[in-house]
Write a protein that binds this ligand. Structure first.
Ligand SMILES: Cc1ncc(COP(=O)(O)O)c(C=O)c1O
Length: 446
């Protein structure tokens, strides 16, 4: 059963020290470009050789955020590990601190490596600016803390990431923020649930773990009509596959811990949007302090350099694995965006024209015991409570998911990595054969 649905600046002499002003100038150039004064908005494929917004995504991912105006310009940026910057003149410090976005003064207000990551993700998502945070949850909580007050209301997709739902219920609920969970796959369901106090509509491009899509443009229209902002967690799709701002979203949120970083070796988050909104988020992050360190920002940008080929490769592999599982007699459901025959295949073509990403979920016939057996049997696919890295991993969705309609309580969520599809399929086949053997009546070989 298918359920699823400017370059060209001369390099200054190498002996000159690092200049935060140079970083700022580079960012302002990008802002001018992304405001449409010099170039067209970001698209998947622009004019050849152009690494500014409008150029080919793959080329831009390989260069986005580069310090082209930095006095010392190694091809890979150094890690600026310092937490504080020194000024000869107090007025120069004040100017740097008050600039928007701020120039480096103190780590909690931003560092050269976090600024570079912010520029890169803003560029790739087609946004004006970005704020980097210490984790995906820090990015999510910064959005809520910056935009919501007591008495405000949030409308959230019923199958969103469980920690986002819990943060809203338990965390924000204590501060008087109300939350309604709705089926955002049906934009009509918002009618009657939006209130005059609804400030935020929250969805995921590909939901975790149901792998559902929603019509972002329709949701944006409804949210805006009611005076709310559409915030989209784009962790599963990444800007290589979908850029929600192009569909009308106001803010795009990432756990960069996952596919953006891509190597299971960092924890980070990023929020992208209009400069007017990111300025509010930046102020909030400065006060609440979910600061990202230089090393993790550097690692995230290093991961982004290979984002385009990784996402293309894993999308192809994930589709092959989804097709294999879909035809297997011991699999009762497969959830993967764009799986041929799935109920959301048209929406997937519109939203994810370059691939469905690396996340899929499937239900094992025989319930949780059978799923446990499969996970013990496979050799290439470790059980690991995260996703989006080089290695394929498996996990169980949170326990609430088991009781949702359409699940048999034995859903396994796979995050596809960089292995060859045939090796993953052979491994899953081995696991499912063990399930079949255990299910066969005594004396009958499966
Ligand atoms: C869709 C989604 N958003 C946000 C997060 C939170 O990210 P982090 O673990 O980096 O805080 C996760 C984590 O799994 C996620 O799957």
């Amino acid at each position: 059963m298918i359920v699823g649905n400017g370059h060209g600046t001369e390099s200054p002499p190498a002996h000159e020290p690092y200049s935060p002003e140079a970083v700022h100038l580079d960012r302002e150039d990008r802002h001018r470009a992304s405001n449409g004064h010099e170039t067209t908005p970001a698209t998947a494929n622009g004019s050849p050789g152009d690494i500014r917004p409008g150029g080919d995504f793959r080329t831009r991912a390989a260069h986005a955020g580069e310090d082209t105006a930095a006095p010392v310009r190694p091809l890979t940026s150094p890690i600026y590990q310092g937490s504080v910057y020194a000024f000869d003149d107090p007025a120069a410090f004040a100017a740097a601190h008050e600039a928007n976005p701020p120039r480096p003064t103190y780590s909690r207000a931003g560092l050269p490596n976090t600024s570079q990551l912010e520029r890169a993700v803003a560029d790739l998502e087609g946004g004006e600016d970005a704020v980097a945070t210490a984790s995906g949850m820090a990015a999510i909580s910064t959005v809520f803390l910056a935009l919501l007050s007591a008495g405000d209301h949030v409308l959230v997709s019923a199958d969103c990431y469980s920690d986002t739902a819990t943060l809203l219920r338990e965390g924000l609920g204590r501060f008087g923020v109300e939350t309604s969970f709705v089926d955002t796959c049906d934009p009509e369901s918002m009618t009657g649930t939006m209130t005059p106090r609804t400030r935020v509509v929250w969805v995921e491009t590909i939901s975790n773990p149901a792998m559902k899509l929603c019509d972002l443009a329709a949701l944006a229209k409804r949210a805006h009509r009611g005076g709310a902002l559409l915030c989209v967690d784009n962790t599963f799709a990444t800007p290589a596959l979908c850029r929600p701002l192009e569909h009308g979203a106001d803010l795009v949120i990432h756990s960069a811990t996952k596919f953006l970083g891509g190597h299971h070796d960092l924890t980070a988050g990023v929020v992208v949007g209009r400069a007017e909104l990111t300025a509010r988020l930046r102020r909030c992050a400065y006060l609440f302090g979910p600061t990202l360190g230089a090393m993790d920002a550097w690692l995230a940008l290093r991961g982004i350099r290979t984002l385009a080929p990784r996402m293309a490769w894993i999308s192809e592999t994930a589709l092959a694995v989804a097709r294999f599982l879909d035809g297997h007699p011991h699999v009762t459901a497969v959830r993967y965006p764009g799986l041929p025959g799935g109920w959301q295949v048209d929406l997937a073509r519109d939203l994810l024209p370059d691939g469905g990403g690396g996340m899929l979920a499937f239900d094992v016939a025989g319930g949780r015991e059978a799923a446990d057996r499969l996970l013990r049997e496979v050799r290439l696919i470790p059980f690991a409570p995260s996703l989006g890295g080089t290695s394929t991993t498996a996990a169980y969705p949170p326990h609430e998911w088991g009781s949702l309609p359409g699940s048999n309580g034995a859903t396994i969520r796979l995050s596809i990595g960089l292995e060859a599809a045939r090796d993953l399929i052979a491994d899953l086949d081995r696991g499912l054969a063990a399930v079949a053997r255990a299910a066969a009546p005594a004396g009958v070989s499966a």
